[in-house]
Design a protein around this ligand. Structure first.
Ligand code: C5P
Length: 287
């Protein structure tokens, strides 16, 4: 029996995100340690003669045409590069908040490429897949094989997978979309300008959370200026018992807290939900 054409599109978390400068093409040169959460969207592919997307789930209505665009954009980019590519209808169960800094749309697009690869018996290392991922969006290549690794360049240069210890986390999104280009723009770098003090962070140390605490997310302060609720979310996480680190992911607005065990993360999620019942709050693990 062929394997079922279904896959999880996990949330992508930037444990660190250092902006090294702005390239002449306007994109920012980054260095980011990326991990993936246990929680995510789900995608299934029903093989057929035409390409389409059906979305359901708690955040499907919010996702609208953006998600359509990324899943279908990735599929079309691959179809343009592979003769006779078998396609079909994608069924997306959307749970992640959108425009949230956790790569929901990028992970959905990468999941679509994984399913098309499986259907067409293409290895994930196939150049057409890599190219389709890169052209779909800066965060799509890292989501193609969702394993913790360093991401560099504008997202196209990937390090080898890292065996991170399992981290217990709480993800908090104040249900306000934040547009990535606006956050990068608020950094205020001119094309070609390097950011002073940007340095490499080693991840090869045993005390991972201590290492992470010595690093940062350079997009946090510009995002906070655009959306002050991010500061409130960070403050709430920092007040929870056992919170070892609280930081924003990507360009926000989702923030994450790290805990030593799953019980502490569950209790923290409960406390944040009590304070802000209207927010999206999820206890999960990262690796
Ligand atoms: O590639 P993607 O469409 O996801 O990027 C969205 C926007 O985010 C870009 O148009 C750019 O303004 C900004 N960006 C950036 N540097 C990156 C990634 C994204 O400036 N490394």
């Amino acid at each position: 029996m062929p394997p079922p054409l279904a896959t999880r599109a996990p949330a992508k978390i930037n444990l660190t995100l250092h902006v090294l400068g702005r390239r002449a093409d306007g994109y920012h040169e980054l260095e980011s340690l990326v991990a993936f959460a246990g929680t995510g969207d789900d995608l299934r592919l029903e093989p057929g003669p035409r390409l389409a997307l059906r979305a359901s789930g708690p955040t499907a209505a919010l996702a609208g045409s953006d998600v359509d665009n990324l899943v279908l954009k990735a599929a079309r980019l691959l179809a343009d590069r592979v003769d006779g590519l078998q396609i079909g209808i994608f069924h997306l169960t959307k749970r992640l908040p959108v425009a949230a800094g956790i790569g929901g749309g990028s992970s959905d697009a990468a999941a679509a490429l994984r399913l098309l690869a499986r259907l067409n018996e293409l290895p994930l290392s196939h150049p057409a897949l890599r190219e389709a991922a890169r052209l779909t969006g800066a965060d799509v290549p890292v989501c193609l094989e969702p394993r913790a690794r360093m991401m560099r360049g504008a997202g196209e240069a990937l390090g080898a997978p890292l065996n991170l210890p399992r981290l217990f986390a709480v993800l908090v999104n104040p249900r306000v979309p934040v547009e990535t280009p606006a956050v990068f723009k608020a950094l205020g770098l001119r094309p070609g300008q390097a950011l002073a003090g940007a340095e490499h962070q080693s991840v090869e140390r045993s005390a991972l959370i201590d290492t992470l605490n010595a690093a940062r997310n350079d997009l946090e302060s510009p995002a906070l200026r655009i959306q002050p609720l991010i500061g409130e979310a960070l403050g709430l996480l920092r007040q929870t018992r056992g919170c070892r680190l609280a930081r924003m992911s990507g360009s926000g607005a989702t923030v994450f807290g790290l805990y030593d065990d799953c019980e502490a993360a569950a209790a923290a999620a409960k406390a944040v939900r009590r304070a802000r019942p209207d927010w999206w709050v999820k206890a999960t693990s990262l690796r």
